[in-house]
Design a binder for this molecule. Structure first.
Ligand SMILES: [Zn+2]
Length: 240
């Protein structure tokens, strides 16, 4: 997968500002797939969307994901490293498009939820959104869901999508208490992209002030070349 370049980092960061969470996920998946999908991004199962987003993250920033959380016991800052490449290789190798639930003598077939499904229940109270999503994913929409079937169906969808509720327990070195944190891949990756876009904008700002180049001219320079000129500005230009 191609990494995001300086121009794309700025574009994604700018475009994401006014989008909701579902559309931010779609924005990242579109950049990741670079138009090479056989169907609309909206119709991709979320696990496949997440595989694209994780691939884009690894291509752009490398495979190590640093998670941070605040200790629930003493307030200490906790950190954990995740190996994104290992996650991609194991959990997300080939996400299923559908799953089946067997309870007593009943069998339920469900397809995996997509961004379009999430969008259709956005804004509903969480309980209603949850059941609305399940109903959309049922292969046979006429099936009556009792509480037992609903819970089983929800659990089946969750276990078929390893990213739907990726939780990590971080143990505090200070007080020994465990704190559970969730990885929200869309928000995590977008926040890294926004930080990187800010660094690019700061480089453009410095180079434009020092040399009078336009944004477009500066963005055409490879990263290493931009850094070289920035070093001159910091050190005061001098021949070696
Ligand atoms: Zn603690």
């Amino acid at each position: 997968m191609k990494p995001l370049g300086a121009q794309e980092l700025l574009d994604v960061a700018d475009q994401s500002i006014r989008l909701n969470w579902v559309d931010r996920g779609l924005l990242l998946a579109r950049y990741a797939s670079a138009g090479a999908l056989s169907r609309a991004c909206e119709d991709l199962p979320l696990a496949i969307r997440d595989r694209l987003i994780l691939g884009l993250r690894i291509a752009t920033f490398g495979p190590q994901l640093s998670l941070q959380a605040r200790c629930g016991g003493c307030g200490e800052q906790l950190e954990a490293e995740l190996d994104g490449a290992a996650m991609l290789a194991s959990h997300l190798e080939d996400p299923p498009e559908a799953t089946t639930v067997h309870i007593e003598n009943k069998e339920l077939s469900l397809r995996m939820p997509t961004s379009r499904d999430l969008d259709s229940v956005a804004g509903l109270p969480s309980e209603q959104a949850h059941w609305g999503l399940l109903r959309r994913c049922l292969a046979d929409a006429s099936v009556e869901l009792d509480d037992q079937l609903r819970s089983a169906a929800a659990a089946a969808l969750e276990s078929a999508d390893p990213f739907s509720a990726l939780e990590l327990e971080l143990v505090c070195q200070q007080c020994g208490k465990g704190t559970v944190t969730q990885l929200d891949l869309v928000s995590f990756v977008l926040s890294e992209i926004t930080d990187a876009a800010h660094r690019v904008a700061a480089q453009i700002h410095q180079l434009a002030l020092a040399y009078g180049w336009t944004e477009a001219e500066i963005l055409q320079l490879p990263e290493a070349r931009r850094r070289r000129y920035l070093q001159f500005i910091t050190d005061g230009a001098s021949a070696p």
